[in-house]
Design a protein around this ligand. Structure first.
Ligand code: GLY
Length: 400
C-alpha cells in the first residue's frame, strides 16, 4: 500500500531527527556567520527546564500554558494546548537524555492520556501526538504508540465523506455547521501515523482527502489561507469562508499561514503528492517574501496589519521555521534559502527582545487571539514547543 511505501522514508527522517545525543561539530568554529549556536541554546534551555521543574507545582488541572498578571496560568487536559508542555519535556529529554526531564514528561503526559477518547475536538494531534508521538519516537515503547493510535481512530470519527474532511470545531454552531480550519492540517500527522500503526489504509485516505479538500478550498490566488471554511454536510459545498482569529475574513492570520506551511510539508512526507509539496513551497514564499514581514522575520499577528505597534506572534514564526526545516529536505534546490530563513527566525527568537526567564517559559511576544482578546503579546507554550523542535531540526541539519 502507498502509505507503507512512504513509511520507510518517514522512519528514516524521524530516526535522523532523534539522534540528538551524538557529538556535534563546534558551531563556534564554523565559517558561516549565519549559523545558530543550536547546541548551546538547547543546552541552556534544557538546564533551565530542569531547574524550572522545582518551581512548577504538579497539578493535572494546571498544565502550563501562559503567564497572566505575572503568574503562571495552566490549563486542563481538555484544552488544545495541553500537550505542548509535556511534548516540550519529551523533546528536551530526547536531546539530553536527562532522567529528570523524562520523569516530568511522563508525569505531565499521563494527565492527558484520557483525551484520546474525546471525539468532540479536532485537536487530538496537538494534545496527544505532541507528547505521545515524541515519547514513542524517543523510547520506542509500544504503549505510547497504542495511545496515539487510539486518538487517531477517535479523530477520524469526525470525518465526513461528503465534505471529505475532518470537522474542526463543534462550537459556534450559529455561525458554522461543519467548520474546517487551516490549523487542522496539523492533526494529519496523527492520522497518517494511525494508518501506519494499524496497517489500515482507511486512515491514510482520510488524512489524504482532508489535505486535498483543504488545498482546494482554503487558499486564495496568492497562496494565503482563509482560517475557517464552512461546509454543507449533505452536498460538501462551501457555505462560507471566514476568520476567527485573524483581522478579517479576507486577511491572512499569521499562525494560520504557518500551520498551512507545516501541515502541507507533513502531508507530503507521507504521500509524496507533489501538489502538497508545491503548496508548502508557495506558502513559504508567501510568508517570507511578504512586504509586511518585519526584518527580524517575526510576523505581526496578521499579515494584513500595517501598524508597527501591532503585536507580533512569535509562535507563528516558530511553527513556520520548524516547517521550513523539514521542507528543505524535500526541495534540495531551495534548501539553502529555507535554511537561511529558518536561521534568521531562530536567531531573532533567541535574541534579548524575545527572551524570557519566567518558569517554564523562555519566549515572549506570542499572540493567541486578538479578536478573542486573550493572550495578546504573551508567552504561550506552543511557541516554546515549536521553537525547540526547530532548534533540534537545525542542529540535525548542521550535523549532517
Ligand atoms: N489552533 C489554535 C490556534 O492556533 O490558536
Amino acid at each position: 500500500m502507498k502509505f507503507t511505501l512512504v513509511f520507510s522514508f518517514t522512519l528514516f527522517f524521524l530516526t535522523a531527527c532523534d539522534s540528538n545525543k551524538l557529538a556535534t561539530k563546534s558551531i563556534e568554529n564554523a565559517p558561516n556567520t549565519q549559523r545558530v549556536p543550536t547546541n548551546q541554546i538547547l543546552n541552556d534551555l534544557s538546564e533551565k527546564a530542569i531547574a524550572d521543574l522545582a518551581l512548577i507545582e504538579i497539578d493535572s488541572t494546571e498544565i502550563p500554558r501562559t503567564i497572566e498578571n505575572g503568574k503562571l496560568k495552566g490549563t486542563k487536559s481538555k484544552s488544545w494546548t495541553s500537550g505542548f508542555y509535556p511534548g516540550l519535556l519529551w523533546q528536551l529529554y530526547g536531546y539530553t537524555r536527562n532522567e529528570k526531564l523524562k520523569e516530568a514528561a511522563v508525569t505531565w503526559s499521563n494527565f492527558i492520556e484520557k483525551e484520546k477518547w474525546d471525539d468532540g475536538t479536532h485537536d487530538l494531534g496537538f494534545k496527544i501526538y505532541c507528547p505521545f508521538g515524541n515519547a514513542y519516537k524517543i523510547t520506542n515503547e509500544d504503549r505510547y504508540k497504542q495511545i496515539y493510535t487510539t486518538a487517531g481512530k477517535t479523530l477520524c470519527t469526525r470525518y465526513n465523506t461528503n465534505v471529505k474532511a475532518i470537522r474542526s470545531w463543534d462550537h459556534h454552531e450559529h455561525l458554522w455547521k461543519f467548520p474546517v480550519i487551516i490549523d487542522n492540517m496539523m492533526n494529519l500527522e496523527l492520522v497518517f501515523e494511525t494508518a501506519i500503526s494499524t496497517d489500515d489504509s482507511t486512515y491514510y485516505k482520510i488524512a489524504d482527502h482532508h489535505a486535498t479538500t483543504t488545498l482546494k478550498n482554503h487558499f486564495r490566488d496568492d497562496y494565503s489561507s482563509y482560517h475557517v471554511v464552512d461546509y454543507d454536510t449533505e452536498t460538501g459545498a462551501i457555505v462560507n469562508r471566514h476568520t476567527h482569529q485573524g483581522k478579517e475574513h479576507e486577511s491572512a492570520w499569521s499562525r494560520g499561514q504557518a500551520w498551512g506551511l507545516y501541515g502541507f510539508t507533513v502531508a507530503y512526507r507521507y504521500t509524496k503528492n507533489e501538489l502538497y509539496l508545491d503548496q508548502a513551497k508557495r506558502i513559504a514564499e508567501y510568508i517570507y517574501t511578504h512586504p509586511n514581514l518585519p526584518e527580524d522575520l517575526i510576523p505581526y499577528w496578521d499579515y494584513d496589519v500595517t501598524d508597527v505597534s501591532e503585536p507580533r506572534d512569535v509562535s507563528a514564526a516558530a511553527v513556520a521555521a520548524s516547517g521550513l526545516l523539514e521542507l528543505q529536505h524535500y526541495v534540495p534546490q531551495e534548501s539553502s534559502k529555507y535554511i537561511k530563513w529558518a536561521e534568521g527566525t531562530l536567531k531573532s527568537i533567541a535574541s534579548e527582545k524575545y527572551k524570557l526567564e519566567t518558569a517554564p517559559f523562555f519566549i515572549k511576544h506570542s499572540t493567541g487571539s486578538v479578536p478573542g482578546e486573550f493572550e495578546i503579546d504573551s508567552p504561550i507554550i506552543y511557541a516554546e514547543y515549536y521553537y525547540t523542535e526547530a532548534l533540534i531540526r537545525l542542529n540535525e541539519y548542521y550535523k549532517s
